[in-house]
Design a protein around this ligand. Structure first.
Ligand code: BG6
Length: 483
């Protein structure tokens, strides 16, 4: 029997992402024939009470194309039970153990959707109760640590009880369809590779903008900030895939070996560089999509004088042969003008225009890979506008994945849960990747903590502080929306 145990089973992430993803996998026939789901959390709930919550989470958040019929729901709930767990109570784990049918062949998956402070106590108890032997795997949610040192300590402790190949460090961006498509785009096509380097690329921009604020997570977010919440993981993972060398094959470690080299080659900033190459901001009251919203400091759970950043822009560099001198502009923020995750490769301009300046804008070619809201790859080129004379305009060769295939889109959490159940580590972060990412983040965090003046404010619903535009403008570049 394959058993899925969800620690933090009553939490927000479980409710919004993990349970709906599990349900979607179930109704699409992707779970093992013999499967059981155990929710685990501190609250004392009966199985039935937990099932009511599971049903509510599926109703509210499972994808619309998942079968929501009463029969399917009842069948899924019949596989669901609950175990009250206090991470420090050995007796609770004894009871959990009674519910798990370990087997040599079927995996047991422990998903730790909890704060990192209880990762180790939980894993220690699991180990003491003989639950992580054999085919057991442990999925751990981000943030894994607060800095390089704490991440190292967590990793070392995890490794006391688990082998590296039992640890699935999740970064849900890796489960997004377009992120995997990036591997196909780069390594299954021949025409891009000769251009994919400093000779032809002017800059790379990776931007993840969100319209939501901190939602119900003010307290957590204020201790975390955008740099730890988004840059250390999602953005750096995207950087590593865009910039990696071709792996020798598509095995998990071959891919991760190349990704980690990129993370290690990221140029580490001195404090002076941090002030020149990074911008951090915090939203104040404004309007998103025409609706008024409160400022960050007025959000529940956020201290009124908070200096925490909700926006980050960075001019990163990669010190290696392929990328020396090519800026990687990274940006992410909450309460921004639109929800969009996009990678833009700006190619170098043509060396000389035979058409002269009067013939239309001469923005150079660019490849835009959209992760969300749409999934697409667009190659913007110059073409002549119809009619007399020659006037140039930007046109896109557009690969829209919704049009290109009507196969079911698998949501990132579902994809990653299934990969973990099948023992595929490709889309999970290895410990050395995590350390290398933190090693780059640490100097930025420490320079910021010594510079209380550096936090800029921006109006909710905008594209962030003006300093973010200037970060690029001073090098003759601009963010996509500014053209
Ligand atoms: C999470 C962050 O990892 O990613 C959240 O903790 C953020 O703050 C979310 O909102 C964004 O994910 P997505 O898939 O909606 O872009």
């Amino acid at each position: 029997m394959t058993t899925f145990v969800l620690f933090g089973g009553t939490g927000d992430l479980a409710k919004r992402k993990i349970i709906p993803a599990l349900y979607s996998a179930y109704v699409n026939g992707r779970l093992a024939a013999s499967f059981s789901f155990i929710g685990a959390a501190r609250e004392a709930l009966t199985d039935e009470e937990f099932r009511v919550r599971v049903a509510a989470s599926i109703e509210a958040y499972a994808s619309e194309d998942a079968d929501h019929s009463a029969e399917k729901m009842a069948a899924f709930l019949a596989l669901t039970t609950y175990s009250k767990i206090n991470a420090h109570e050995a007796g609770d784990f004894e009871q959990l153990k009674q519910r798990i049918h370990t087997s040599e062949t079927d995996p047991t998956l422990f998903y730790l959707a909890t704060g990192p402070d209880i990762f180790i106590p939980v894993v220690e108890q699991l180990s003491k109760h003989g639950l992580v032997e054999g085919n057991a795997r442990v999925v751990v949610e981000k943030p894994l640590g607060r800095d390089a040192q704490s991440a190292k300590e967590i990793n070392q402790s995890l490794r006391t009880y688990l082998n590296e190949n039992q640890i699935y460090r999740i970064d849900h961006y890796l489960g997004k369809e377009m992120v995997q498509n990036l591997l196909a785009l780069r390594f299954a096509n021949s025409f891009l590779e000769p251009l994919w380097n400093r000779k032809w690329i002017q800059d790379v921009q990776i931007s993840i903008s969100e319209q939501v604020g901190v939602e119900s997570r003010g307290d957590f977010y204020d201790r975390t900030g955008a740099l730890r919440d988004m840059v250390q993981n999602h953005l750096l993972q995207l950087v590593s895939i865009v910039a990696m060398e071709p792996p020798v094959n598509a095995n998990p470690d071959a891919i991760r070996d190349e990704k980690v080299k990129v993370l290690r080659a990221l140029h580490k900033f001195t404090p002076e560089e941090v002030s020149k190459k990074t911008v951090r901001g915090q939203y104040r009251a404004g309007a998103v999509d025409g609706k008024p919203v409160i400022g960050y400091q007025a959000e529940p759970g956020v201290p009124t004088a908070s200096r925490n950043e909700t926006f980050v822009a960075i001019r990163a560099e990669i010190d290696n042969w392929r990328w020396a001198g090519v800026p990687f502009y990274l940006r992410t923020g909450k309460r921004m003008a639109s929800r969009c995750a996009e990678i833009t490769i700006n190619f170098k301009p043509i060396p000389y225009s035979i058409f002269g300046k009067a013939q239309g804008p001469l923005r150079s070619n660019r490849l835009v890979i959209s992760l969300q809201p749409e999934e697409s790859v667009q190659l913007f080129m110059k073409a002549k506008e119809p009619g007399e004379g020659i006037r140039l305009s930007d046109v896109a060769l557009n690969l829209d994945f919704a049009e290109a295939s009507n196969l079911r889109r698998v949501e990132s959490y579902e994809r990653l849960l299934l990969d973990a159940m099948h023992g595929d580590l490709t889309l999970f972060v290895r410990d050395d990747e995590l350390s290398a990412a933190w090693a780059w983040i640490d100097p930025i965090m420490s320079a910021w903590s010594n510079d209380s003046e550096g936090l800029k404010s921006y109006i909710a619903g905008s594209w962030g502080p003006a300093a973010s535009s200037y970060l690029l403008a001073q090098h003759g570049a601009a963010w996509g929306e500014e053209y």
